[in-house]
Ligand binder design. Structure first.
Ligand code: ATP
Ligand code: MG
Length: 259
């Protein structure tokens, strides 16, 4: 692992509520628990990844806001995550809500995160960025800084309508800002294989994305929705829950695909 270069992955889908944050928290936690060093960057003003990993959002001195808009270095804004040695986080809170506008006046506004990441002194195997459900400069900064995009998809009719917008955004970033950006994979979230529509949509996603669709899908599981209120990932909240098994499988599949 040591020789491998750090990989930066954005969890992105411009559609809201599809499981980006749940995937970020739980995938990152399992990868870290398996012995890989992971830095999560919360670039969403909702700050759900931060609170879901036990960070008290209101009390923070340094956040993603100070990193992107202020002059904080990446090394100053990293916090540990309790009980998971190999997991760290750059937290966010509502302060970040104004950043899109402030960034728009800044020089090289799309690549601020990318350049800040170059100053990292601590070694990480993976940096995983939780994007907001929008296509503004925060998301563009995440995609510009990333090697790959991991896309959570809910298998409902509207998922298909969102694909062209999603692919267009990735293409736009690829063309102008980050030629090397690739799709890491597509994960089906809140998936219920007993529902016909979900099966149909899953089939369409597979015919579009091919083997980029992970074999591990994430079922709807209430324990996954409960865990954030305790500020812990499912791996610590209820490791035997269906949702925990699913995210552990996803972490294994993600790691298998790295070499
Ligand atoms: P946003 O676009 O607002 O950032 P998101 O894409 O990050 O949303 P989440 O916050 O992860 O989506 O999930 C939306 C809601 O669905 C949350 O309340 C979350 O707890 C719940 N949820 C996500 N995945 C599951 C699941 N597999 N089973 C049950 N509930 C889930
Ligand atoms: Mg989210």
């Amino acid at each position: 692992m040591k020789e491998q270069k750090m990989k930066v992955v954005s969890i992105f889908n411009q559609k809201g509520g599809v499981g980006k944050t749940t995937t970020n928290i739980n995938l990152a936690a399992f990868i870290a628990l398996k012995g890989h060093k992971v830095l999560v960057i919360d670039i969403d003003p909702q700050g759900n990844t931060s609170s879901g990993l036990g960070i008290e959002k209101e009390k923070l001195e340094y956040t993603t806001y100070e990193l992107l808009v202020g002059d904080a270095s990446i090394n100053e804004v990293i916090l540990p995550v309790e009980n998971i040695e190999y997991l760290k986080i750059v937290p966010a809170n509502m302060n970040l809500a104004g950043a899109d506008l402030e960034l728009s006046y800044m020089e090289h506004r799309e690549s601020i995160l990318k350049r800040k990441l170059e100053d990292l002194t601590e070694e990480f195997d993976y940096v995983i960025i939780d994007c907001p459900p929008s296509l503004g400069l925060l998301t563009i900064n995440a995609l510009t800084a990333s090697d790959t995009v991991l896309i959570p998809m809910q298998c409902e009719y509207y998922a298909l309508e969102g694909i062209s917008q999603l692919v267009k955004t990735i293409q736009k970033v690829k063309k102008g800002l980050n030629r090397n950006l690739e799709v890491e994979g597509v994960v089906l979230t809140m998936f219920d294989p007993r529902r016909n529509l979900q099966i149909q949509v899953a089939e369409e996603l597979k015919s579009y994305f091919g083997e980029l669709v992970y074999e591990s899908s994430i079922p709807r599981n209430v324990r996954l929705a409960e865990a954030p209120s305790y500020g812990v990932p499912i791996a610590l909240y209820d490791p035997k829950a269906k949702g925990a098994e699913a995210y552990e499988d996803l972490a294994d599949e993600f790691l298998r695909k790295q070499v």
